[in-house]
Design a protein around this ligand. Structure first.
Ligand SMILES: [Zn+2]
Length: 421
């Protein structure tokens, strides 16, 4: 029997549900994107439109994949009844959703494909305050049951609240970058006890990295940064499900491999290379999860003062929700896309970017602050306080940093995030 997992983009889902509760005779017809994972077929419902009648399955394309949501009524009391009324064609896939008017926090779902009805094995609601997983087995099932592990997590859980800590315990997270910033971010994230942590970097430890990677030693020179990091974190947390991938994120096979991962909660990136940041964002869009891009920069300004900048951006996965290419607009996106499309040994196109030219080294302390700000933003997101969001901190001439924040809004013509997911 096929295994189906359903992912709802919470914002449009909630809006449609609210409208249906006001207009119970109407229906909502949803668009579906599919993704195959080792766990089964993932059906991602990205948006709904209003409809007065059920769609006519014979007027849709033979392989059409669609969702229909309705309020339970005399016409259809259950999702199975709704599914049989719509009666999709053999190769079409239908997700029928029925919500009871008196219990709108519960819904009944049936997936129909090749003439067979299936209950979905998992439902995910995606968006801020969400990433709620129903009927799911936690990744670390059995690992957190011991008394010692509970004691170990007690301080963290006390700070987060048991509810949020439990939510994070069930999430699988991806971190792109295991350099000074990425390894600091991974270390801080691992202290929150996520269900699984996957770190990606193809770089090796060089002598100039040692001071910014305090978990390494001279014996680690020329070893993979990811391997060294995984080993160091495992010394502290042997039970953490930590996976290292020694590949370049911007290589197509890596993007394809990551795009078929079992459901993840968020993709973080902390890397200097703009093509790699863009690739991390593309992976997050394919997985339909938030992307948190973290960066810091130390440079000398026109007055020869040292300027430090921290940028943390959280992008939601829906169409037009902003991405690293458009918030703020990436200089020279063509050469970044060229770098993304070309093999790792290809020559770079054009002059080096401004970012690299002005860079004046890096400080672990500055990167650590960027990582902390990113985690704080992500916690705010999980608590439902923000959605797409950008935090910037700036310090001039070693003065106290000033902070600014704003919601992110995607650019109208962005070639990356305007494309319908
Ligand atoms: Zn964009």
């Amino acid at each position: 029997m096929k295994d189906f997992q359903l992912v709802f983009d919470m914002q449009p889902f909630r809006e449609s549900l609210r409208r249906l509760l006001l207009q119970p005779d109407e229906l909502a017809v949803g668009e579906i994107r599919t993704r195959s994972t080792p766990e089964g077929e993932e059906l991602i419902i990205t948006g709904f439109r209003r409809a007065t009648d059920p769609p006519q399955s014979d007027q849709l394309s033979p392989f059409h994949c669609y969702a229909v949501m309705a309020i339970s009524s005399r016409r259809w009391a259950t999702s199975n009844e709704l599914a049989s009324i719509i009666s999709p064609r053999f190769r079409q896939t239908l997700v029928a959703i029925v919500v009871r008017p008196d219990r709108n926090d519960e819904m009944e779902v049936t997936v129909v494909t090749e003439g067979t009805l299936h209950p979905p094995s998992r439902l995910y609601l995606l968006g801020n305050r969400s990433i709620r997983i129903d009927a799911a087995t936690p990744y670390n099932d059995g690992k957190i049951s011991s008394k010692r592990q509970r004691l170990r997590q007690s301080r963290t859980n006390g700070a987060l609240s048991d509810e949020l800590a439990e939510q994070i315990n069930q999430l699988s997270l991806v971190v792109v970058g295991a350099g000074s910033g990425g390894s600091e971010l991974t270390r801080q994230l691992s202290s929150l006890h996520p269900g699984r942590l996957t770190v990606i970097d193809n770089d090796t430890v060089a002598i100039e990295n040692l001071s910014n990677l305090p978990h390494t030693s001279v014996r680690d020179l020329d070893k993979s940064k990811v391997d060294v990091l995984v080993r160091a974190i495992h010394r502290n947390q042997p039970k953490l499900d930590l996976v290292g991938i020694r590949q370049r994120i911007q290589d197509i096979p890596t993007i394809e491999h990551l795009s078929t991962m079992p459901r993840v909660g968020a993709v973080f990136s902390f890397i200097d290379n703009p093509a790699a940041r863009l690739a991390a964002g593309m992976v997050a869009r394919k997985l339909f999860v938030p992307h948190l891009d973290v960066g810091s920069l130390i440079q000398l300004n026109d007055f020869n003062e040292r300027e430090i900048r921290w940028d943390i951006r959280l992008f939601e996965p829906g169409a037009g929700s902003g991405c690293v290419a458009c918030v703020p607009k990436l200089n020279d996106i063509d050469s970044v896309l060229y770098a993304l499309r070309s093999p790792s040994n290809a020559m770079t196109l054009g002059p080096p970017t401004e970012w690299n030219v002005l860079r004046a080294g890096s400080l672990l302390s500055v990167n650590a602050m960027a990582a902390s700000l990113a985690i704080q933003l992500w916690i705010r997101y999980l608590r439902g306080k923000v959605s797409g969001h950008w935090i910037r901190a700036q310090s001039v001439d070693d003065g106290l940093p000033t902070f600014s924040e704003s919601p992110v809004v995607g650019e109208t013509n962005c070639p990356i995030c305007r494309v319908k997911a």
